[in-house]
Design a binder for this molecule. Structure first.
Ligand code: ZN
Length: 253
């Protein structure tokens, strides 16, 4: 018997921010009756959650994102349901954006219930293919943030939601990369998360933040006849004028 590999045929193909996106909704295709999430995200989306999943080698004519989608349809992805799988050439959308996924391991928390999940397919090698996957993921995340009128601060890591779940405190930037013993995800992007974030921001059409130039420190001087004689103070001056200096000078930071 010859086993035929049935590669999925997408219902539609769109190009989003330069990324070809194949739409294959599990809500429309569920021949194996896999369990499906049911919580609505209509009007509730607060951000995008980035994940990494491992690179897989595929046969000709398909891509890892299609294969992960097919694995989901075939019931081989356990209870993971994400909105997008993204590889070096394209993305496959599995869930409508109005439906919550199962990806953040935070139960009914906002990660699962209120964010759109992108699984970026990469390896630890961080080779050119991995970088292309990451670039596609950044483009897609940027388009989604803009679509929902969200800002770059609404870009989350999977680990962010685990840290929130575990009661850790910190800013979004801190919690996005803070160590979590359960899982560090997206494992291959986290080591350069700030770079990734800047890339997403640039794909949103916003200039990447420019570090503020350090201004030269200015000292204030108080000039008095004597330091005790407060009434004689001529004011706070930035530059010392020699003629005004009598006896009392104090440098204030
Ligand atoms: Zn993850």
């Amino acid at each position: 018997m010859i086993m035929m590999t049935m590669i999925l045929k997408a219902d539609s193909n769109n190009v989003i921010n330069g990324v070809p996106v194949n739409e294959y909704m599990l809500t429309n295709h569920n021949p194996n009756n896999i369990e499906m999430p049911s919580a609505s995200m209509e009007g509730k989306v607060i951000g995008i959650t980035i994940h990494n999943t491992d690179w897989i080698t595929t046969i000709e004519g398909t891509t890892p994102a299609e294969q992960y989608t097919r694995a989901t349809v075939n019931g081989n992805m356990k209870d993971v349901r994400v909105h997008y799988y993204c590889d070096d050439t394209c993305a496959w959308q599995n869930l409508p954006l109005t439906l919550s996924g199962w990806h953040a391991a935070d139960g009914d928390g906002s990660g699962n219930r209120r964010t759109i999940a992108i699984e970026c397919i990469m390896s630890s090698a961080y080779n050119d293919t991995d970088k292309k996957s990451e670039d596609n993921c950044a483009r897609l995340a940027a388009a989604l943030l803009k679509m929902y009128n969200l800002s770059i601060d609404n870009l989350y890591t999977h680990t962010y939601w685990l840290n929130v779940r575990d009661g850790k405190k910190g800013s979004i930037d801190e919690l996005n990369v803070m160590y979590n013993s359960y899982k560090m995800c997206p494992a291959y992007i986290l080591p350069h998360w700030n770079e990734f974030k800047a890339k997403v921001q640039s794909y949103m059409g916003e200039p990447a933040p420019v570090p503020k130039p350090k201004t030269a420190r200015k000292y204030l001087y108080r000039v008095r006849k004597t330091w005790q004689d407060t009434k004689s103070q001529v004011g706070n001056v930035i530059k010392l004028r020699k003629s005004k200096i009598i006896t009392g000078i104090k440098k204030i930071l």
